[in-house]
Write a new protein. Sequence first.
Length: 384
Amino acid sequence: MGTSKNSFSMKSTVILRHSSSFKVAKTASIHHFCAYALVDATRQWAYKHAHCTRFGQQSFLLWLDLVRFHFRKVIFRRARMGVFKNFFMAKLTLVAVDFALVIRAFWLVMRALLGGFLLLSLASCATSRGEASNSGSEVTGDSECAECGEQGVVELEISNEKSYQEWNLKAYELFDSSAVMGVFPTLSVVAEAPENCRICHSFSAEAIDFDLAHYEDSLVPVAFPKMQRELMLPGMRIPDADSTYLAKFSKDILSMTFAEGKKLSDMHPWQGRSVSEQTFTREVPFPLKKKLQEVALRYNVRYLTIPVRVSVKMLPHAGRSGGYEWKSLWTLWDARYGELVFLNYSEFMAETTSRIAPEREWAKPFAERLGKAFRVKPIQVENH
């Protein structure tokens, strides 16, 4: 009896042994069995030795499982055509193995889809947070990205503005544009925010000081391009061993008497001024003068920039997306002679006009006004 070209020309009974430790007897052509064994061996090698990411490895194993599933179907179909005494048990075994394989393939597909979904979610979250910060001035939020607010340019409307600026003409006449300038951090920072503030994730006294320092780093070199600027911080101009001295100096001068018998840290003398700017040679009390000269001699600096005090109060319900109140006292001293060179007091309310909340760049409006003051020629100032 002849056989067709597609039927088996040679049939043999083979015992197939898998890594899962079970035996299945089936009749198959040699080339299909070899292909199946090759795929199975490749899969075992990939599982143990493939040097790739977990996601890539699982994708490769899934592909091999699908190929192996195809060969199982072929082997089963051809075993059915052959002579096999225990056909029912072979069929039952193959069906059970194929069902387990389908379940595994389904699990791998679902895990791949879930991994892709999580990656997309994380990418979306990272994009919304903006990665802080394309500059050191932006203090990144520590909250969940769903609470970070939208990222973009903070648009503010300034109102209730009060300011006072004072130039010492005598000190400017002696001004040495190539001297060493010591740059102090803000001596006193007050950061106020209500409980459960939705726009205060990155708001803190340290963040305000860091933000102001960032703008100073841009403004001061432009205003005094020939000066050598030195940071008055431990490990910089100030030796690490002098950290205690620096802390004591900052505390002492804040409590020293300056204008109108008030402490240097007291901003009241500048808030009710009848003029907004003037040239004036202000007498510096001896204890404060001596303290400044002591620092100048100790660290070999001529001038000192000292942001005396900054106070920021967050207003979550102001403007379209929140706002804040700013008050600051910024000073420039000729420390060698213990004289005030320039003083700037600034007070204003900033309210947002867009959907971007004020979670950074609090010092920007003040920095714009300070930069404008640096460009003023004191001799041209009219007292008004």
